[in-house]
Write a protein that binds this ligand. Structure first.
Ligand code: ADE
Length: 231
């Protein structure tokens, strides 16, 4: 069971991605507990302010340290956290291996940035890990957090009914997944590969392996070890 606490100034952005399908099932089955904390609730003053102008006059608003600090300290008063993650394009690029590792943790905090950025002292003193989901810039960390949490919770035992399903995903063995087909056998004259209808499990497994390798060679050769280097 993993507990994930997500700190955000825009909780609405996370409600739907984490409230349906596999993330919902993970929570319903008790494999994951996901708590969304609206940072506004930790803002001070009449307006519960969470952002302010940047010192030095840079354009854009900056997420303040105080609401983030009080939320994190309150959570840490209740349990020990393995990681406090900040989602940012500056972070370490997320990979399936990284997701696998995170799925083994017990308690994590995920902080979503918004506005122009977050007060850098949060990153210096509170954050233990920065993660990027790719080399492009999103408007905030919420969609990245949804990606991260979805990728984690689908790996938890008992979440995906076919036990082997998450293990046969693209990337789990370093290869892309083979193609899949369903009924009808023929549509518009387009046929399902004969071997899949043969009932010969050995042949089908060999075909899957071959397809996975061929697709990886063609579409993502960067995933394969550099065999050519030594020759
Ligand atoms: N926040 C904004 N862009 C992001 C990205 N590419 N990855 C993670 N968090 C982000």
């Amino acid at each position: 069971m993993i507990r994930i606490d997500i700190l955000t100034a825009v909780p609405e952005l996370l409600e739907s991605p984490l409230g349906y399908s596999i993330p919902k099932r993970a929570q319903d089955r008790g494999a994951a507990e996901i708590h969304i904390h609206p940072l506004r609730e930790y803002g001070k003053g009449r307006y519960r302010q969470t952002d302010d102008y940047a010192f030095g006059g840079t354009a854009g608003m900056v997420l303040m340290i105080e609401p983030v600090f009080s939320c994190i300290r309150q959570l840490q008063g209740e349990r020990t956290y393995d990681e406090i993650i900040y989602l940012s394009p500056d972070g370490e690029r997320l990979t399936q291996q990284g997701v696998n590792r995170l799925s083994l943790l017990t308690n994590i905090i995920v902080l979503c940035g918004h506005y122009k950025g977050i007060d850098h002292r949060i990153r210096e003193h509170l954050i233990t890990k920065e993660i990027s989901i790719g080399d492009y810039v999103l408007s905030g960390g919420e969609l990245a957090a949804a990606v991260l949490v979805d990728a984690i919770v689908r790996l938890l035992p008992g979440v995906i009914s076919d036990e082997t399903s998450a293990l046969t995903d693209s990337f789990q063995d370093g290869l892309l997944a083979p193609p899949v087909y369903t009924r009808p056998e023929t549509f518009n004259g387009w046929c399902v590969p004969e071997v899949l209808l043969s009932g010969n499990h050995q042949k089908i497994a060999e075909w899957h392996d071959e397809q996975a390798l061929q697709r990886t060679k063609t579409l993502r050769p960067d995933l394969l070890p550099d065999e050519g280097l030594s020759s």
